[in-house]
Design a protein around this ligand. Structure first.
Ligand code: ZN
Length: 65
């Protein structure tokens, strides 16, 4: 079971905005449980500050740790 994730703050209005803030692909592939729908989200991207994040398609919202 994946550990619980957290919503990314500030909230990204769209997947495009998230992709812009998290421009690097991180193939490490940590997985967390979405805080909204509890489905597994793979954290495939990294921000310039080195934060990892993923996008929950169901909730249409960014998820991190
Ligand atoms: Zn979700």
């Amino acid at each position: 079971m994946s550990r619980p994730g957290q919503w990314l703050q500030p909230r990204h209005g769209s997947k495009e905005a998230f992709d812009k803030d998290y421009p690097t692909i991180d193939t490490g592939g940590l997985t967390v449980a979405c805080p909204g729908c509890k489905e597994t989200v793979t954290l495939t991207r990294k921000s310039v500050q080195g934060k990892v994040g993923g996008w929950c398609k169901k909730c249409n919202r960014g998820v991190g740790i």
